[in-house]
Design a protein around this ligand. Structure first.
Ligand code: ADP
Length: 167
């Protein structure tokens, strides 16, 4: 693993990624162009029952980001600010799709600020074409054999077909 130099800007992109979509990938791509390194932090949330296991989600993200040499994938549980500290980062990026995202994101970032004043949360607006896109929507469509090829990378499309035994 590479060491952080003090001038290297490392941004954490946390989420469930159950599974990764083209909307997530767009945020990763734009962040990778702005910062030295992007750490995609996959949350192991014991309160949620994900469709894909942590290992599956990580594998799918790794294959989707393999073309970027400054993006890595890691996992965490517990507080995001502890993960950021552990990864020696004080930057977090989150995507915003609609006003509905704003309220929870606002609350989360203010709580994180209270716990770790040195950590900044930045928001990146979704692209117009992905503003309706979420992992849940993808799962609902794929479950009933709908076409998700425009919404997710091909590996994810295959993995969804297998999960829902539609092959
Ligand atoms: P979480 O469970 O933390 O919301 P998600 O995997 O659903 O995790 O999302 C991770 C991050 O990606 C969040 O900041 C979310 O707003 C953002 N995101 C999800 N889908 C999109 C999209 N289509 N466009 C832009 N950002 C998105």
């Amino acid at each position: 693993m590479r060491q952080n130099s003090s001038t290297e800007k490392v941004v954490i992109y946390p989420g469930s990624f159950d599974p990764i979509t083209r909307g997530h990938l767009d945020i990763i791509e734009r962040s990778a162009a702005l910062f030295n390194r992007v750490v995609v932090g996959v949350l192991m949330n014991p309160d949620k029952a994900p469709l894909f296991s942590l290992e599956e989600r990580i594998k799918l993200i790794r294959s989707a980001v393999s073309r970027f040499d400054n993006v890595e994938v890691d996992s965490f549980n517990g507080l995001l600010i502890d993960f950021a500290r552990q990864r020696q980062s004080h930057l977090v990026v989150r995507g915003l799709r609609a006003i509905s995202d704003f309220e929870t994101e606002f609350q989360m970032s203010l709580n994180n600020k209270r716990l770790a004043p040195e950590v900044e949360t930045m928001f990146m607006m979704t692209r117009n074409e992905y503003s309706f896109l979420s992992s849940s929507v993808v799962k609902q469509i794929a479950k009933f054999n709908g076409d998700v090829s425009d919404l997710v990378p091909s590996e994810v499309e295959e993995a969804l077909k297998k999960k829902y035994a539609l092959k």
